[in-house]
Design a protein around this ligand. Structure first.
Ligand code: HEM
Length: 185
């Protein structure tokens, strides 16, 4: 829908009807021109700064090296998908692997969210989707708002309810690559 106020014209934007300009008014016009360039630059800088500052910074997973944790590949975590009664149930969100066995009614073999077990389906958790194409860890398609919601679920559901038992190998690789890049700078 178009902005309902857009029909109001700025009274200062109309063209002047005066054709003969004195040098004083020319000088004044030049000064005004220079001023408006400065203001435009200032506004552009402010927009730039707010874009940088305004972008949502997702929670960074701190790998706790003091706790005895395991690094999981996709194949390894798949062994804990709730299909075997005698094994714990694991699922990963944002690369952190949680023991969700106490939430068996959600993630167990017959649970409604069993599709999330035994994998890192962060995108599905973020989008509240169980569609097979969303059961992946790549969240690059999400908006800032969705990334924020994901962090809320991460903190209020996963870290609040379930112990961390390890990290996905992709997260470790990503963090090592980030550290190497920082050293290069
Ligand atoms: C008709 C649709 C749905 C309804 C009525 C529903 C309902 C609920 C309810 C009532 C809870 C809280 C249970 C509790 O804490 O005791 C819950 C938790 C949850 N739901 Fe859904 N849900 C729906 C769809 C989905 C979908 C499509 C997803 C896809 C990812 C999803 C993911 C989750 C997750 C991850 C939890 C947290 C489970 C936990 O505490 O470990 N839900 N849902």
């Amino acid at each position: 829908m178009s902005n309902p106020h857009s029909f109001h014209l700025n009274p200062h934007s109309g063209a002047t009807s005066c054709n003969v300009r004195s040098s004083v008014s020319q000088q004044q016009a030049e000064m005004e021109g220079a001023m408006s360039v400065k203001i435009s630059c200032l506004l552009l800088s402010l927009v730039g700064i707010s874009l940088v500052l305004g972008a949502y910074q997702p929670i960074k997973i701190e790998v706790d090296k003091n706790v005895e944790t395991k690094i999981f590949t996709d194949e390894e975590i798949a062994n804990y998908d709730g299909s075997q009664e005698d094994k714990p149930i694991y699922m990963a969100v944002k690369g952190a692997v949680f023991d969700v066995t106490s939430g068996k009614s959600f993630y167990g073999k017959k649970g409604p969210y069993n599709a999330l077990a035994g994998k890192d389906a962060t995108l599905g958790v973020a989008k509240m989707s169980l569609q097979p194409e969303d059961l992946i860890s790549d969240v690059s398609s999400l908006s800032d708002e969705q990334l924020k919601e994901l962090d809320t679920t991460f903190e209020q559901v996963y870290t609040a309810k379930y112990p961390v038992v390890g990290y996905m190998s992709y997260l470790i690789d990503q963090q090592e690559a980030d550290a190497a890049r920082r050293e290069d700078l």
